[in-house]
Design a protein around this ligand. Structure first.
Ligand SMILES: [Zn+2]
Length: 132
């Protein structure tokens, strides 16, 4: 059976104001298809929309957490009390948390050698000296 539309009859349309699929009344036809509808809920006049429009949701795209944020989340569980003040004379171990005067809280991601460590800071990974 073919659908025939008539002005004044009911149709379910996407309401651009209520943002819901709702009962509407057809108020104008174009080529025998509903063109304009009137919302029974808000009385708004708008174009007929058969379906809910595709959502443009750039906001829902998950932002990838940085390595620093992941580490920070782990640390939050245990608190920041374990941070050791950074000094070039210090001797650091992997996974140790340090506090740097300029870069802030950092994590020793690896010990490169006796005199160098790799540290993850909020602004990126830096190589720092140790055991000077
Ligand atoms: Zn409405």
């Amino acid at each position: 059976m073919e659908n025939t539309y008539e002005v004044g009859t009911d149709i379910v349309s996407w309401c651009t104001k209520c943002k819901l699929m709702l009962d509407h009344t057809i108020s104008a036809l174009v080529d025998a298809l509903p063109k304009k509808v009137k919302c029974k809920t808000c009385n708004g006049h708008h174009n007929y929309r058969e379906k809910e429009p595709e959502k443009k949701t750039p906001g829902t795209r998950k932002t990838k957490k940085s390595e620093y944020q992941i580490l920070m989340a782990k640390v939050d569980e245990g608190g920041l009390s374990g941070a050791k003040k950074y000094s070039i004379k210090g001797n650091f171990k992997a996974n140790q948390m340090i506090e740097h005067a300029t870069f802030g809280i950092g994590f020793i991601s690896s010990v490169i050698n006796r005199s160098k460590v790799e540290v993850i800071f909020e602004n990126g990974t830096k190589r720092m000296v140790q055991n000077r």
